[in-house]
Ligand binder design. Structure first.
Ligand code: WT7
Length: 659
């Protein structure tokens, strides 16, 4: 580590090599072009897509904050990701090199992917799905996930992909909110050497008793055969994907839809217990994902092999595994399983095997590889790598340097990309052939994007001072709202500063004008790059009969960035029934079942009181102090100042529970 230490102390930046800079797609003029005519610049990016009917208007912001981009243009998103490449003569190019966790493989060209999507679109249409209908997708990381999304998009329908780690209750809440009529799932998927029984979860989600007898809106379940595990079957409702596709016609003409036709809903956690259905539409989303994918990752589609390790269940999978790369005709790697199955070098083995040139992953993964030691990646030939990307949370400079040194051979550009489910695409990032990279900083807004850091009163803070990150101008891939809840959209993002989008992140500029992201400023945690809401986990905890009250905080964690830590008061009548260890184990399992394993608290502390202000607000700041093992801060505003001593005493008594 000595070399890393000295690099950090030098506080140096890493300019691109002259060779990289010379061949880079984004050249310095791109900043000037965007600054000179922002909307003209975006219109030019949009024109790189295929429009069945070209647009004449770029932005309509008259109904702010509800944006319309390229509104009078018509296009088909799937056609842009598939047919157009085949028609341009690239049908034989590999679209996806797929690897299953058990080691099975599939190589799918653009021609094959197009053919598969056409059949799937016909099969899905035959189930009564048309423009504007909602389709839930609950699949493992198999090519059918991509096919299903594109087939739904091809029909002008709206997909709602639900991450396969979510529980039946979470899946049901998302199905209900979107009123989905079809769910596409698989019998199972492989994860950590075991089969995850997705179809069982879907069955449980659709069962009426999960919501006190209310039937679900689901009419059909389309099931991909993946893991060959036994599943229950409801004749008439359930259909095999392979049967439905085999019965469907091979040809399907892509119809053009208006640019603002909804493309997908993706649920993400907010500050309340109810997830928000973030709504994205077609033309603007595809424009910005394609533009950022090309320029930030310097994608040369003929020669690059791109690998974004995110699951399709998160926005990164939508924007940088499906839409951006496929719109650009990229060749990609897609991997079903976990990084350490069946051995800790699985990712590096895949990079060597497919000669991956661009890797896009999350700091949490990088930190866990760091922990395992560089001996593991050092056993593989990673020399094909020419660019590295990071996303999901701030990347600490140590991890950044390790990533560049160990994975990038100490020579490749590293791009730290800031964005959100709501922004749809990358907003702040270095450009790899232009920006001298600074470890730990996401640095500069992309050409066409306008960012500022404001204080609570909406005044720019200037260099060196912390403030709130805002986006000051609308952007093409911005969310168009929250599904079914326009008021919440306005309240959450636009009520604080009026005409500026409030991102919920703290940030500051340094003296060079580079942006540093400081984490969330609301009650949202970031665990392994995934967003979790404190309120949602609290309500899962209190839904258990032994719990009277709970408070959840995100505490700093060496590997996952933040970890979920819960403080729980048991009901008096149950307090004697379980040891604190038993109660903690029980409740961790309960949160897993209610939301999904990602939300399971790392620690549960059983306490007898929670620190509250006189008006009854829980002081999470103090709980975070305890959870992170710090001296407890200022307690003078507490209604009862002795509470924190009681909690600290209890915790030192050893009731901290971990698996
Ligand atoms: C939140 C968005 C963007 C796709 C994955 C997460 C944090 C994301 C960075 C970064 C610092 C980052 C922010 C943001 N975040 N990327 N490069 N540096 N923070 O999407 O679940 O919508 O979460 O992730 O806090 O608000 P998401």
């Amino acid at each position: 580590m000595t070399s890393i230490d000295s690099l950090l102390h030098e506080n140096r930046t890493f300019p691109p090599s002259p060779e990289f800079a010379a061949q880079a797609i984004a050249q310095p003029e791109i900043y000037e072009a965007a600054a000179a005519d922002r909307l003209g610049f975006w219109a030019e990016q949009a024109r790189a897509l295929h429009w069945h009917t070209p647009f004449t208007q770029t932005l309509d912001w008259s109904d702010a904050p509800f944006a319309k981009w390229f509104a009078d243009g018509r296009l088909n998103v799937a056609y842009n990701c598939l047919d157009r490449h085949v028609e341009a003569g690239h049908g034989d190019r590999v679209a996806i090199h797929w690897e299953g966790e058990p080691g099975d493989q599939r190589t799918i060209t653009y021609a094959e992917l197009t053919a598969e999507v056409k059949r799937a679109a016909n099969a899905i249409a035959a189930l009564g799905v048309g423009q504007g209908d909602r389709v839930a997708i609950y699949l493992p990381m198999i090519p059918e996930a991509v096919v299903a999304m594109l087939a739904v998009a091809r029909l002008g329908a709206i997909h709602s992909v639900v991450f396969g780690g979510f529980s039946s209750e979470s899946l049901r809440a998302r199905i209900d909110d979107a009123e989905a009529k079809l769910v596409i799932t698989a019998d199972g998927g492989w994860r950590k050497g075991r089969v995850v029984t997705l179809k069982d979860t879907v069955d449980a989600a659709i069962e009426a008793d999960i919501t006190d007898g209310k039937p679900s809106t689901i009419e059909h379940v389309l099931v991909v055969k993946r893991a060959e595990n036994d599943i229950a079957w409801i004749e008439g409702r359930d259909l095999w994907w392979h049967d439905a596709l085999a019965a469907a016609p091979a040809e399907h003409e892509a119809e053009a839809f208006e640019a603002e036709n909804p493309l997908f809903i993706l649920y993400t956690s907010g500050t309340t217990g109810r997830p928000k259905g973030i709504l994205h539409t077609s033309g603007g989303f595809l424009t910005q994902t394609a533009y950022t994918h090309q320029n930030v990752f310097d994608l040369h589609p003929e020669t690059d092999v791109f690998w974004c390790t995110a699951d399709v269940g998160w926005v990164t999978g939508h924007s940088y595994m499906v839409y951006g790369p496929l719109a650009n005709g990229a060749t990609q790697v897609m991997y079903e399983g976990t990084p350490d199955t069946p051995h800790p070098g699985r990712w590096w083995e895949l990079i060597e095997k497919y000669k991956v040139t661009i890797l896009y992953t999350a700091p949490t993964a990088i930190r866990s590889f760091m922990k395992a030691g560089r001996e593991v990646p050092d056993r593989f030939d990673l020399s094909s790598i020419r660019l590295l990307g990071s996303v999901g949370e701030p990347i600490n400079p140590e991890a950044w340097i390790w990533y560049r040194d160990v994975i990038g051979g100490g020579k490749v550009p590293v791009v730290d990309t800031w964005w959100q489910t709501e922004t749809g695409a990358i907003m702040v990032s270095p450009l790899p052939g232009i920006t001298a990279a600074k470890p730990g900083s996401a640095q500069v807004p992309l050409p066409g994007i306008s960012i500022d850091v404001l204080d609570d009163d909406g005044k720019p803070v200037g260099p060196g001072k912390g403030g709130l990150l805002v986006i000051t101008e609308p952007w093409p891939s911005m969310l168009r709202g929250i599904w079914g809840d326009p008021e919440r959209y306005v309240d959450t993002y636009w009520s604080k500063f009026g005409d500026k989008y409030f991102a919920g992140d703290g940030a500051h500029y340094d003296e060079d004008g580079d942006l540093w992201l400081l984490g969330r400023v609301d009650d949202v945690m970031n665990v392994s790059g995934h967003r979790l809401s404190t309120a949602e986990i609290e309500s899962a905890l209190v839904s258990h009969p032994i719990v009277a009250e709970s408070a959840v905080v995100g505490a700093a964690d060496e590997t996952t960035g933040q970890a979920v830590v819960a403080f729980v008061i048991l009901r008096v009548e149950h307090a004697e029934d379980h040891t604190t260890e038993e109660a903690a184990v029980l409740l961790r399992g309960h949160v897993s079942e209610a939301i999904g394993a990602i939300a399971r608290p790392r620690n549960i502390f059983i306490v007898t009181e929670l620190p509250k202000t006189r008006s009854g607000k829980i002081m999470r700041r103090l709980l975070r102090d305890v959870a992170e093992g710090r001296a407890v801060g200022d307690t003078t505003t507490l209604a009862d100042t002795t509470v924190m001593e009681a909690i600290a005493d209890r915790l030192s008594g050893g009731v901290r529970s971990e698996d």
